[in-house]
Design a protein around this ligand. Structure first.
Ligand SMILES: NC(=O)c1ccc[n+]([C@@H]2O[C@H](COP(=O)([O-])OP(=O)(O)OC[C@H]3O[C@@H](n4cnc5c(N)ncnc54)[C@H](OP(=O)(O)O)[C@@H]3O)[C@@H](O)[C@H]2O)c1
Length: 266
């Protein structure tokens, strides 16, 4: 397939690297456009793809056009692309908060996929939730699925409302995890562990526990109960989490992200 990336920043590059690693497209069938010449030079050198500062030039003859600019640049990009599209092309937007209706109206184009990937896509462990308009063909859906799947896991939903919810969970979720890691490392240092050792212990514990949940098939609550002996060390810590209202705090945080996602889409 022939792909154009509009915006070759963090996420654009992650998608580009994943597409090439899975050989979903060859470098000669890929164009990337970006306002940053430095980014373009880097991408050309690193991936041997065609680069251009001209957005309309990048999309000519392409099957799929990936919109990977920041939300504040979407309007200018749409104004440039609008008269240069053909109906057979698929728009795949990963722009947070940009609704399908906004893209449809801005481009007067029917075939649109909206996806919400997340930061671990950069290491092939992403979670992308996506939806498509009814004009997207099965073949185009398959192509979108393979591109998003190249960055980790992907989940198709038939209701766009789920995208804002996914934004609050998988989209913003990596930051929640980083915050938890930070807090645990700080606490580990406070009880006397050297920083490097604290980081190693925390990271491997988080990674291992994630894998454990995934592979065991048990629920998190079940696993938590299994590792918590009455009157033991884990029980002492969990009592403090409960006392501090951990569950309620997480619910409030997620709700705030969800409300913000809906607001940004207005
Ligand atoms: N990063 C994530 O984890 C993540 C997760 C989910 C969704 N997303 C979405 O992915 C999109 C891209 O995020 P990102 O982190 O990759 O941002 P980024 O690193 O800033 O990449 C955007 C790129 O687009 C360029 N650009 C700006 N205006 C342009 C224009 N008119 N035409 C072409 N290129 C233009 C930027 O250049 P300058 O820097 O010079 O302006 C930059 O290189 C965002 O909409 C975001 O909501 C990101």
């Amino acid at each position: 397939m022939k792909i154009a990336f509009i915006g070759g920043g963090n996420m654009g590059e992650a998608m580009l690297a994943a597409v090439l690693a899975r050989a979903l497209a060859q470098p000669e069938s890929i164009s990337v456009s970006d306002v940053s010449h430095k980014r373009l030079e880097h991408l050309k050198k690193q991936y041997s793809v065609t680069v251009t500062p001209d957005n309309p030039e990048a999309i000519s003859d392409k099957d799929i056009i990936i919109l990977a600019v920041k939300p504040q640049n979407l309007a200018e990009v749409m104004a440039e692309l609008k008269d240069n599209l053909n109906p057979a092309q698929l728009i795949l937007s990963i722009i947070a908060g940009a609704k399908i209706s906004t893209i449809f109206l801005g481009l007067t184009h029917n075939a649109v996929v909206r996806a919400m990937p997340n930061a671990p896509a950069r290491v092939g462990e992403g979670m992308s939730v996506w939806t498509a308009t009814s004009d997207v063909t099965d073949q185009q859906k398959q192509a979108a699925k393979s591109i998003l799947g190249a960055m980790g896991r992907e989940l198709y939903v038939d209701d766009e409302a789920y995208l804002d919810m996914a934004t609050a969970i998988s989209g913003s979720g990596p930051a929640y995890f980083f915050l938890m890691v930070e807090a645990l490392v700080d606490a580990a240092i406070e009880i006397g562990l050297p920083r490097e050792m604290a980081q190693e212990l925390v990271l491997q514990t988080m990674l291992g526990s994630g894998k454990f949940i995934r592979q065991s098939g048990a629920s998190p609550a079940e696993l938590r109960r299994k590792v918590t002996s009455p009157g033991g060390t884990t029980a002492a810590a969990l009592a403090q989490f409960e006392k501090g209202g951990f569950g309620g705090l997480v619910r409030r945080a997620v709700k705030a992200a969800y409300e913000r996602a809906k607001e940004l889409g207005k």
